[in-house]
Design a protein around this ligand. Structure first.
Ligand SMILES: *Cc1c(COP(=O)(O)O)cnc(C)c1O
Length: 477
């Protein structure tokens, strides 16, 4: 491909992308293909000879598109969103074109300095403590791993980095029973061992009980364990429950334990003044993560990781081979020392585009809309005799279940809701996922997709009612 061909293809591609967004509601939200259906259509070996873009794009439409689950559809209510937006897509085009690898300042000064500035913007937008320093990681999982590794090194005087674990190390990590699986994964990777992850009970709103945390810490200390880190959540994945951050923070500070806060999805809501009370106590945190790639209209991946003391982070990850020694070291941020990967994508550009194109006001407006849509849906569930609300609606997630008149058998209810979820997703008209709360099968419906409107939520609620009625009539219950 030469540059003239590239120019022509790029124009066509821009049209293809705009067409996609314009007609996105015509695709089944959740891909309807069967396992193996895509790979069976792909040649076993790569082509020997060059192929035309016309052929490649034809196969893209024919083979790839049917296997796409449409995360950018306004009828996508599953998991948490991985939002994109028009300005974010435009920035990604440039990112791909520039092909930056920002491992150190010198390899891309603009990437390093823009990252520093947009992280300050995010800190200010969210009202986070002004003495925090931010760095972009690929995911919340990687951010939490960085937090656990730094906590480990701080607690052991940087000994594990040098010597590895010894049999006398008895290190403990704490989180609630509702925290995200990435905590357990990071505990395994960081070498603590899953058995040393202590899961603390939650209250009726699925928030960690601080008294139980303190009891567990004291018990462990008496048994000769060293408590290293507590992970609190602002917005759990199951139900967006918020742990009592201030109380946990005070316990951590009293016992000298690292406090990491995972706000992967809900953290974006802190931009709203009326939501900012959830940040109370964050000044006790040592590290904090939220994902603009979830609810801040910036396409995957872009995870905002903040630390109180960047020196601890850098000391944990630092390496200095001869070929990476530069004159500017010490004057600028060499982000390769701020996380696991050496090579780094230019992720700050899309954040810059999104924040400037929406404006902070534009972001607030969208967040408020999404929250009000969830409130509307929660109101419908509450008023309905056939459905019940299963958790407080704090942000833009509604947890509910179908409970047709008179059924008390929990197993039967789990079965019915599973059936309802399958039927809804098979319709291709929307996509929901589920969780279990207190052992009960619960449907989760998120109203936080970038371009979701009232009409989509209304249509979803209507469809949910109709599908439930159909199951009713089929005599299954
Ligand atoms: C989504 C989520 C994560 C994981 O996010 P990744 O960026 O995909 O690693 C972690 N914690 C919570 C609370 C989440 O909702």
């Amino acid at each position: 491909m030469n540059v003239n061909e590239f120019r022509a293809e790029a124009h066509k591609m821009a049209d293809r992308i705009a067409d996609y967004y314009e007609n996105i509601s015509e695709y089944p939200v959740k891909s309807q293909v069967m396992p193996g259906e895509i790979i069976a259509q792909l040649p076993v070996s790569p082509p020997e000879h060059p192929e035309s873009m016309t052929n490649i794009m034809a196969d893209f439409e024919r083979i790839i598109m049917p296997g796409i689950t449409h995360w950018q559809s306004p009828a996508f209510h599953a998991f948490f969103p991985a939002n994109s937006s028009y300005p974010s897509v435009l920035a990604e085009m440039l990112t791909a074109a520039l092909g930056q690898q920002g491992m150190i300042w010198e390899t891309s000064p603009a990437a390093a300095e823009l990252e520093e500035r947009v992280m300050e913007w995010l800190r200010e937008m969210c009202g986070l403590p002004s003495n925090w320093t931010g760095v972009i990681q690929d995911t919340a999982s990687a951010s939490t791993l960085a937090a656990l590794l730094t906590a480990r090194e701080k607690a052991t005087g940087f000994r594990i980095n040098e010597e590895g674990f010894t049999s006398s190390d008895k290190l403990r990590i704490y989180c609630s029973t509702e925290t995200h699986s990435s905590i357990e994964k990071a505990v395994k990777i960081a070498g603590f061992g899953r058995k040393n992850l202590v899961k603390i009970a939650v209250d009726q709103d699925f928030a960690l009980i601080p008294e139980e945390l303190e009891k567990a810490i004291m018990k462990d200390k008496n048994a000769g364990f060293l408590p290293v880190c507590v992970i609190g959540s602002i917005g759990t994945t199951g139900s967006t429950a918020v742990d009592p951050i201030e109380k946990i923070g005070k316990i951590c500070s009293a016992y000298g334990i690292w406090f990491h806060v995972d706000a992967a999805f809900s953290g974006t809501a802190l931009i709203l003044p009326e939501m900012h009370h959830f940040a109370n106590g964050l000044e006790y945190a040592d590290s904090y993560v939220f994902n603009p790639h979830k609810w801040m209209f910036t396409n995957f991946d872009a995870s905002a990781y903040f630390v109180r003391d960047p020196e601890m982070l850098i000391r944990t990850f630092e390496i200095l081979p001869e070929y990476l020694k530069t004159k500017t070291r010490g004057q600028v941020n060499d982000y390769r020392d701020w996380g696991v990967a050496l090579g780094r994508r230019f992720r700050a550009l899309k954040l810059w585009f999104v924040i400037r194109s929406f404006g902070v006001d534009g972001i607030k407006e969208k967040l408020r809309k999404h929250i009000s849509l969830a409130q509307w849906l929660a109101g419908k569930v509450l008023k309905s005799e056939e459905f019940e609300l299963m958790a407080p609606v704090t942000f833009s997630l509604v947890c509910f279940r179908w409970r047709p008149g008179g059924i008390d058998d929990e197993e039967k209810l789990n079965e019915l809701n599973q059936r309802l979820l399958n039927d809804l997703n098979a319709s291709g008209k929307l996509y929901l996922t589920h969780t279990k709360l207190n052992g009960k099968y619960v449907l989760r419906m998120v109203s936080a997709q970038t371009y979701v409107e009232m009409e989509h939520i209304e249509a979803a609620w209507k469809l949910i009612g109709e599908m439930a009625e159909k199951i009713n009539l089929s005599g299954i219950r």
